[in-house]
Ligand binder design. Structure first.
Ligand SMILES: [Zn+2]
Length: 373
């Protein structure tokens, strides 16, 4: 006796919200699921999910040495069965099916249900070893930026290529500064005519004159930019004060419309089952995260900023050439703190300042290990 091939799946098979909503919209019958064996559940024919899955599996390619896997890597080690790779990348299957043979059978049934034989493409095999990388010679923009950040430390003349599409899409991260007050701190204080300690004011706490501008994340020596923070605490943390030190904190007002590049912009959700260009957006957002990390990462040594800030100086120039007035990026010295750099200090006006005493500074350390790099 021939058993009919399994054809009907149910909401208990899946975890991904897009798949659950397709089932909710398209299910017409109830019964027993052919895959997870749930009883009296809404059922849909596997072909209803075919389009969504064909979109999602596009980024996986057979693990072949020399084409998708580097010749010095082991294709067996690098590859993963398609049904597991997809599940790991997108959290597709429910706990009932995840990692089981039923998950592989379900994926196979879905893919076969609507495969276009005339397309010339081979039908994917749910159990075939695959990798998500397109090619071992092709780096993602984020990987390529990481390599460049390292290489420019050794050779300042190097240049970097950022894809033209990123050049256009980076404007998604453009926004007006939402708050009109920024904080900027300076270690130390002034004294008034009675010998009392008072905070620095005006130009003394604003951006330095060109001859005094030291190299920083976003500027070379003698280039003037305005570094500030959105929070008072962040501004104080950014001057790395020791315990007991007095720090002047200035408040500045934004005096004109300011378009900044917001590297704290939350990545838009990329849905592999719906978005046709989803692999591009995955690359785009991971590049933006890499940029944010570059800008917030503290230096490992502070005796050669003119070298160690080269990668972020290059990046800042690139942003600047695209018409942004500044950058919003995370602070590495104050948790959840936000830093701003404005390329033109004339965009802010000094309002007032106050003097604070640093009561405590926390620190911790661990043995340094080369392999963590
Ligand atoms: Zn099911």
């Amino acid at each position: 006796m021939d058993y009919p091939s399994p054809e009907y799946c149910c909401p208990n098979c899946f975890a991904h919200p897009t798949l659950l909503s397709i089932i909710e919209d398209e299910s017409r019958d109830e019964g027993r699921c052919d895959f997870c064996s749930s009883e009296a559940v809404p059922l849909i024919h596997v072909s209803a999910l075919c389009k969504a899955f064909h979109n999602a599996v596009r980024i996986y390619h057979p693990a072949d040495s020399g084409s998708t896997v580097a010749p010095w890597e082991d294709a067996w080690d690098k590859g993963e069965p398609l049904y597991q790779a997809l599940d790991g990348g997108c959290h597709v299957f429910s706990d009932l099916l995840s990692g089981t043979e039923e998950a592989a059978r379900l994926l196979q049934a879905i893919l076969e249900s609507g495969w276009d034989d005339d397309s010339g493409e081979p039908l994917p095999d749910a159990c075939e070893l695959v990798v998500a990388r397109r090619s071992w010679v092709h780096q993602t923009p984020a990987e390529s930026w990481r390599d460049f950040s390292y290489a420019i430390l050794h050779d300042e003349s190097l240049d970097h290529y950022i894809p033209e599409s990123v050049d256009e899409d980076i404007h998604i991260l453009k926004r007006k500064l939402s708050q009109d007050t920024l904080f900027r701190a300076q270690r130390g204080f002034a004294t008034d005519q009675f010998g009392r300690k008072v905070p620095y004011t005006g130009k003394r706490i604003g951006a330095p004159p060109p001859e005094k501008a030291k190299p920083g994340r976003a500027n070379k020596q003698c280039e003037v930019v305005f570094y500030a923070a959105e929070q008072r605490e962040t501004a104080v943390a950014e001057v790395r004060p020791a315990r007991g030190l007095l720090v002047s904190v200035g408040e500045f007002e934004i005096n004109q419309p300011t378009n900044i590049l917001d590297l704290l912009h939350k990545p838009a959700r990329v849905d592999p089952f719906v978005d046709e260009g989803f692999e591009y957006w995955i690359d785009f957002w991971s590049l933006m995260q890499e940029f944010a990390q570059s800008l917030s990462k503290p230096l490992e040594r502070d005796d050669r900023p003119e070298i160690d800030y080269r990668p972020t100086q290059w990046l800042t120039k690139w942003f600047r050439n695209r018409g942004f007035d500044g950058i919003r990026y995370p602070s590495a010295l104050h948790e959840n703190g936000v830093n701003i750099v404005l390329f033109d200090p004339r965009q802010v006006t000094f309002r007032e300042s106050s003097l604070v005493k640093v009561d405590d500074v926390e620190w911790s350390f661990s043995p340094y290990r080369e392999e963590e790099e």
